[in-house]
Design a binder for this molecule. Structure first.
Ligand code: AMP
Ligand code: ZN
Length: 152
């Protein structure tokens, strides 16, 4: 796995920096956004350091997309948001602030103003609780998929 020693998401991926982790697989890691725009705001990153869409490999991007679907289903199960926004920013001009590719999964409510960032840190207890609830739903949905052969 290539990494950048100055990158916070590489540090999280290598377990050298704290995060409210939800799940990982061989190529990706899922954790709570520490400045959540909405309650339950999740990030999915490739474990390799890739700055953005222009650097990530098609395989890594596909792995993030597969994980986004899986985590999105678990977020629906755990948090029952009215909507779910999935987005990803490339370059400072697009609003990117952490230069390690990441997908945002953000619960949305009817009529809520649209924002991509906030400077208000999440309550650590709430971040941990949301991570735990989403992880539990991932387990439940994975078990169900295993028992009735539905694709996951
Ligand atoms: P972007 O603007 O798309 O680059 O988003 C970067 C996201 O990373 C923002 O939503 C930040 O709140 C989030 N973020 C920054 N540092 C951390 C961190 N240490 N742990 C979790 N999320 C972070
Ligand atoms: Zn990185």
């Amino acid at each position: 796995m290539s990494h950048d020693k100055n990158c916070i998401f590489c540090a999280i991926a290598r377990d050298e920096a704290p995060a409210h982790r939800v799940l990982e697989d061989e190529q990706t890691l899922v954790f709570m956004d520490i400045f959540p725009v909405a309650d339950g705001h999740v990030l999915i990153v490739p474990k390799s350091h890739r700055e953005n869409l222009f650097e990530i490999t098609p395989e890594e991007m596909a792995a993030v997309a597969r994980m986004s679907r899986r985590v999105g289903l678990a977020m629906r199960h755990a948090l029952a948001p009215e909507g779910l926004m999935v987005f990803q920013l490339n370059g400072a001009a697009a609003g990117q602030t952490v230069f390690h590719y990441h997908m945002h999964l953000m619960p949305r409510r009817e009529g809520e103003a649209l924002a991509l960032h906030t400077r208000v840190p999440g309550d650590p207890t709430r971040l941990a609780e949301n991570a735990r609830r989403i992880a539990m739903s991932l387990e439940i949905l994975t078990d169900r998929a295993g028992s009735d052969q539905r694709p996951r």
